[in-house]
Design a protein around this ligand. Structure first.
Ligand code: AMP
Length: 420
């Protein structure tokens, strides 16, 4: 028997319905915020992620699925969504002519070669959105508000953890301060952190291995290295969030793993005891330098991504109602070929008139058709009998009260409309 690959899963039955519900909520809220749906390919040139996510990132160093295709091209299965969107934004020239800001969202599978565990897999789905074209703090506030309100609509109580890395000058000053601080203590940190010291010392603060170390906890804080402009921008963002009534807390240790962030960084954190560090349901931030770094125009942008799987798991743990429809409107029953022909026609008619309609496809006995209708929780049964059909009548049975009525076949749609 061929089995699924490690770190992957199938989605079917009730789980598929839950996922569909979450996606529907996302679609609806994105529509309100005026973000349009977008898809990019599952695989891209490896160079895209090496340049955007960064050579020194854990994702690129240890987690990407890289392979050569039959034409010897270096291909990578996308580990995150922003790089592909930005590549497409540049390639399709989505800028200029008053097209900005470009506001898009995606719900797509991502691939990372990670150690599979609950809430962490090798193929997982992310919902993410990008707001390209504005450097104003109001766009950061909007992205945080969209993330926050999505969780709220899904019934998950979350906190926004917020920080700023400042502009380039502030970030460079901070970087220097970190190198100076970590250098004398570097032997006490993990091998990865040693490598990060000169390449990207901000990443040390993100380290999963050393996260509990006092050395990390007492490290210099971004907030103390901000220049005046960056400080004011951060205050303005907080003012906008206050106006939107979004509760947040400032976490000066928050830096986020990817190379391309500047100014705002934030994470959305749940409160599920058994989740531990996996309570980080999603994260995002501003990436003003990325579009230019990928040979596009110099253009500011901000975005967010959350794990769909982890979000669904959180909803399950919290006992949230997924609003799953678990019944159908009508089940059509028949006993012979002539009645089956009427069933075929009625099925089509009812479905086109908006009813969820089902019938038997296996030529089962009536007794088993009743069982089948119950399995689908059908609200009504339509029982076709030649004797009734001669008078253009069908029997409609309320499957809850078990009451039956003879209805003229031409009045069936109106009758069901009234009842359902
Ligand atoms: P990141 O792109 O690493 O900032 O991750 C954003 C969100 O995606 C996380 O908060 C998780 O909810 C989710 N996520 C990241 N990696 C995985 C994974 N391997 N399996 C499941 N969800 C993940």
């Amino acid at each position: 028997m061929i089995t699924k690959q490690k770190g992957t899963y199938d989605v079917y039955g009730i789980d598929a319905k839950k996922r569909k519900y979450v996606c529907d909520v996302i679609d609806a809220i994105c529509e309100k915020y005026n973000y349009t749906y977008m898809e990019t390919p599952v695989f891209e040139a490896s160079e895209l992620f090496h340049r955007s996510v960064g050579e020194s990132s854990d994702i690129v160093r240890k987690e990407t699925y890289d392979f050569k295709d039959r034409g010897e091209r270096s291909i990578t299965l996308r580990p995150e969504g922003t790089a592909g969107i930005v590549r497409s934004f540049i390639e399709n020239k989505m800028y200029g002519n008053m097209t900005e800001p470009v506001k898009v969202y995606y719900i797509e599978p991502m691939f990372r070669y990670e150690r599979p565990q609950s809430g962490r897999s090798r193929q997982f789905t992310q919902f993410g959105f990008e707001f390209i074209g504005s450097d104003d703090a109001i766009s950061d506030a909007e992205v945080i508000s969209l993330a926050y309100n999505t969780y709220k609509l899904l019934g998950i109580d979350v906190k926004v953890q917020l920080n700023t890395l400042g502009d380039k000058e502030s970030r460079d000053n901070y970087r220097e301060a970190l190198i100076k601080y970590f250098e004398p203590n570097i032997d006490k940190l993990c091998e990865d952190c040693k490598e990060r010291l000169h390449k990207n010392p901000l990443r040390i603060l993100d380290c999963k291995i050393d996260s509990e170390s006092d050395i990390l906890k007492n490290a210099p804080k971004t907030i103390d290295y901000l220049n005046v402009d960056s400080k004011n921008r951060f205050l303005k963002l907080q003012e906008y969030l206050d106006l939107m009534d979004i509760s947040y807390e400032i976490n000066t240790n928050l830096v986020r793993g990817l190379d391309y962030y500047n100014h705002t960084v934030f994470e959305i954190v749940g409160n599920i005891p058994e989740f531990g560090s996996q309570n980080v349901l999603g994260g995002g931030g501003r990436y003003n330098g990325l579009i230019e770094m990928l040979d596009g125009p110099s253009m500011p942008a901000v975005g967010f991504a959350m794990g769909l799987d982890r979000t669904i798991l959180a909803m399950e743990k919290l006992g949230v109602n997924f609003n799953i429809k678990d019944n159908i409107d009508v089940y059509i029953m028949y006993g012979n070929e002539e009645e089956k022909e009427t069933a075929t026609y009625l099925l089509q008619d009812l479905r086109l008139n908006g009813f969820i309609a089902e019938t038997d496809y296996m030529n089962r006995q009536f007794k088993n058709q009743f069982k089948s209708a119950d399995r689908f929780n059908s609200k009504y049964l339509i029982i076709l009998k030649n004797d009734d059909l001669k008078d253009f009548k069908v029997t409609v049975k309320d499957n809850t009260t078990k009451e039956e009525e003879l209805v003229n076949i031409n009045d069936l749609v109106d009758y069901l409309d009234m009842k359902l």
